[in-house]
Design a protein around this ligand. Structure first.
Ligand code: SAH
Length: 257
């Protein structure tokens, strides 16, 4: 329960909200990345921007595990929704992660990680179960209205055409592409029918954590539906919603990990 937590966010807007809540952060720069060492919600944390894409996220995760000695990694970011009923504004908690652009066929089955004999990396089941309860508590109207600096009200969400968020649990897929056309989205849904969301880092984080024997948790807020409208929805959503969601979720998550 007391291990140091590596806290990764994909985007500066989310990291700004985290740093604002860390009273004693001290910066360590390594491999061109700023790692912020300090405390958040009573836990010892090392917070860092992952960078975008699998290689950037893998390097960052390896440094968290090997240099900073974290005992757990939590990734908070945004993703494109793929699953039926996974709406913009909802939250997806990964219980498994897979690289959707890994394909060494015919030498290995599509998606399989060569040498590992599996394609899907499970998240830590105990942490997922605790996170599920914490996220549901974090994403209530009362909790979101309480988020610094000015809270998120029903009217703010309604102005963006959003309902109150629902939490989904399942498979998240990652690849080095921002999926933003109807055609690519349909192909991905057909290839991996049970994928709930697509992003660009999670499966890389999970693979490095697997190698180091460090449990990982990936939580994604759905910023777009990975379709033709994704490039419009994404920046608008990021400003208004992703950062307050990240703050609310972490304040409930960190104490139970
Ligand atoms: N120019 C953009 C690029 C963001 S890339 C910017 O910096 O504002 C998209 C980021 O959000 C990645 O970190 C990825 O993990 C996540 N993401 C959100 N929607 C996605 C989608 N539809 N496809 C892939 N990644 C997505």
């Amino acid at each position: 329960m007391s291990a140091r937590i590596g806290l990764m966010a994909a985007l500066p807007e989310e990291m700004a909200a985290v740093l604002a809540a860390m009273p004693d952060e001290a910066r360590v720069t390594l491999a061109g990345r700023d790692f912020w060492v300090g405390h958040l919600h009573g836990r010892e944390v090392v917070a860092v921007l992952s960078g975008i894409g699998k290689v950037a996220a893998a390097t960052t995760t390896a440094l968290l595990a090997s240099h900073f000695g974290v005992g757990q990694v939590v990734f908070v970011g945004v993703a494109g929704g793929l699953g039926d009923g996974v709406r913009v504004g909802d939250v997806v908690l990964a219980d498994a992660l897979m690289q959707h652009d890994m394909d060494a066929s015919p030498l290995f089955p599509r998606f399989e990680l060569p040498g590992k004999g599996l394609s899907r990396l499970p998240a830590d089941p105990g942490a997922v179960a605790r996170a599920r309860v914490a996220l549901s508590a974090a994403l209530t109207p009362a909790s979101l209205a309480d988020t610094a600096p000015q809270g998120l009200q029903a009217a703010d969400l309604a102005a963006l055409g959003l309902d109150w968020p629902q939490v989904h649990q399942g498979l998240i897929v990652s690849g080095d592409r921002f999926v933003c056309t109807d055609g690519e989205c349909a192909a991905l849904r057909a290839a991996v029918p049970d994928a709930l969301a697509v992003e660009m880092e999670g499966a890389a984080v999970a693979q490095v954590c697997h190698d180091f024997g460090v449990p990982c948790l990936v939580v994604r807020t759905v910023s777009d539906r990975a379709d033709d409208a994704a490039h419009v929805d994404f920046p608008r959503f990021l400003r208004a919603v992703a950062s307050p969601y990240a703050s609310a979720m972490l304040s409930h998550l960190l104490p139970v990990l």
